[in-house]
Design a protein around this ligand. Structure first.
Ligand SMILES: *[C@@H]1O[C@H](CO)[C@@H](O)[C@H](O)[C@H]1NC(C)=O
Length: 107
């Protein structure tokens, strides 16, 4: 079986911390993501991770472990994941296609 490639949009939600801010947790996760060989893009409400399914899920598990290690006792993750077999598409490709349609006036 060919390794399934995926794009996962992940948002970890720490529960029960003493502040409404999550930027510290996001910084910890982003550092970990950048140390992996997977393509990761930080956006305003999560991170998009691109790569083989198992490795992406493994990395998300490491996010949880890392945050638990730093003292967060509960984390609820929102994960949206997409796969396709007809072509390879990066997160930027998906955005570019929409921008091109808008710029061309076709919509
Ligand atoms: C990272 O992005 C590049 C360029 O789009 C792509 O060729 C490569 O396969 C991606 N790596 C992973 C692990 O998906």
């Amino acid at each position: 079986m060919v390794t399934l490639h995926c794009l996962a949009d992940v948002c970890l939600i720490p529960i029960g911390t003493s502040t409404a801010s999550v930027s510290n947790e996001v910084a910890v996760i982003t550092k970990l993501a950048r140390s992996s060989h997977l393509n990761c893009t930080l956006h305003s409400a999560g991170t998009t991770i691109e790569g083989p399914w198992n490795e992406v899920m493994e990395l998300i598990g490491q996010f949880h472990e890392k945050l638990h290690d730093s003292g967060v006792v509960r984390i609820q993750s929102d994960i949206r994941v997409g796969t396709r077999t007809d072509k390879h598409q990066s997160p930027q490709d998906k955005i570019d296609i929409v921008e091109k349609k808008i710029a061309s006036g076709s919509v």
